[in-house]
Design a protein around this ligand. Structure first.
Ligand SMILES: [Zn+2]
Ligand SMILES: [Zn+2]
Length: 382
């Protein structure tokens, strides 16, 4: 059994939203992989973020309290790492949005103000086929992002040396005074010369104009795990925008969109398709052939007396996620023939005789139709 989210954040179960936020701030700073060099910090950092993403959302927190840690985490999480030896890969099945927002909203992992800032996150959308989602795939995507300038090693200085910013004296902040009818206001703002870093290049690098960053197009190989669904995000660590000198790059998030399929729809881990059958097949039962999503032909047994729109299950032919396969549901559509051969007509007539129902005539059909129209006209006149 895993430690509860409350234990992870070291707060009581009745902690207020403020207490949760405070605990998260303190711990995430303490365990941030760039600050904490002890073993296990990264895992601890992930745990803290996960705990915070749930407890900071009143709705999720209520659900978590109700279900308990084990049930909640196995039901809602499903974050898995790995996949073809790609180190920075992480598939995320829900819940990450909050961590995402927390980082954006909080002004980056390094907090407000001082110190080198980590690069911004990038979000990209990638459309894949349903087959790709079911079986997983590898895709190359092009990212246009900033990287540390190779000419100056990201320092922005041709000599790779920087000096203290003369405008702010290295504080990264400057005072700005403005006159208003109510008097003079002074506020602190980010230094306009050094953009808050407190340092300026000794000699401006010509390649990057002193920014320390250059924009490059990179091809990234993305491993898409089987079972992925629309809206899920893959995280590629370090493929976002370059950070300030001395800080890591941001991450790239790839949001998956699964294109609609001609024959299959998906609901959770199940796939659904349809099979047209005749009234005789429905009445007597039958065997028909179904093509699976990977193109195999398998037999579907239709029980006698099956009703229109009934879903018949073929076990294990759905979406395979983390080794567990979903099912294929085949919805039976009974299609009534529009044209009958003479022989068929005779047989249907014989069926009607047996049922004791009356056949219609062409004339009766016309009358019926006309009567129907007249009734509708009357109704609308009323
Ligand atoms: Zn400055
Ligand atoms: Zn440069």
């Amino acid at each position: 059994m895993g430690a509860s989210y409350y234990d992870i954040l070291n707060i009581p179960r009745n902690a207020s939203e403020k207490e949760i936020k405070r605990a998260y701030r303190t711990l995430s700073k303490q365990y941030h992989p760039d600050v904490c060099k002890e073993e296990g910090c990264e895992d601890k950092f992930k745990e803290i973020n996960e705990a915070y993403s749930v407890l900071s959302d009143p709705q999720k927190r209520a659900q978590y309290d109700q279900l308990g840690h084990d049930v909640y985490t196995s039901a809602s999480k499903g974050q898995y790492t790995g996949g073809g030896g790609f180190g920075g890969f992480q598939a995320d099945f829900g819940g990450f949005g909050d961590i995402f927002d927390a980082f954006f909203g909080g002004g980056g992992r390094y907090g407000q103000g001082r110190g080198p800032q980590q690069g911004a996150y990038l979000l990209m959308r990638l459309q894949i086929t349903l087959e790709n989602a079911v079986f997983g795939t590898d895709r190359e995507v092009e990212v246009f992002h900033s990287e540390p300038c190779p000419a100056c090693d990201g320092t922005g200085s041709a000599t790779k040396k920087t000096r203290t910013c003369p405008r702010c004296g290295g504080s990264g902040q400057e005072r700005r005074a403005s006159q208003t009818p109510f008097g003079q206001f002074v506020r602190m703002s980010t230094c306009s010369q050094c953009a808050g870093s407190g340092k300026i290049p000794e000699e401006v690098c010509k390649e990057c104009n002193g920014s320390g960053h250059v924009r490059v197009r990179r091809t990234v190989n993305v491993h898409i795990p089987p079972g992925i669904d629309s809206g899920m995000r893959l995280r590629m660590e370090g493929y976002g925008e370059a950070g300030d000198y001395g800080a890591p790059s941001g991450d790239l998030f790839i949001e998956i969109a699964v294109a609609p399929h001609k024959r299959f729809t998906r609901s959770g881990d199940n796939l659904e398709t349809t099979a047209d059958i005749t009234p005789a097949q429905a009445a007597l039962g039958s065997v028909t052939e179904i093509e699976t999503i990977d193109g195999r032909h398998i037999e579907l047994h239709i029980p006698p007396g099956v009703q229109h729109n009934t879903a018949l299950k073929i076990a294990g032919e759905g979406v395979r996620r983390r080794g567990r396969p979903g099912d294929l549901l085949v919805r039976v559509k009974v299609v009534i023939p529009r044209r009958l051969s003479e022989e068929q007509q005779k047989l249907y007539a014989r069926l009607m005789e047996l049922e004791g129902t009356k056949p219609g005539t062409a004339e009766a059909h016309r009358k019926g139709f006309f009567q129907d129209v007249m009734d509708k006209v009357k109704e609308s006149v009323k």
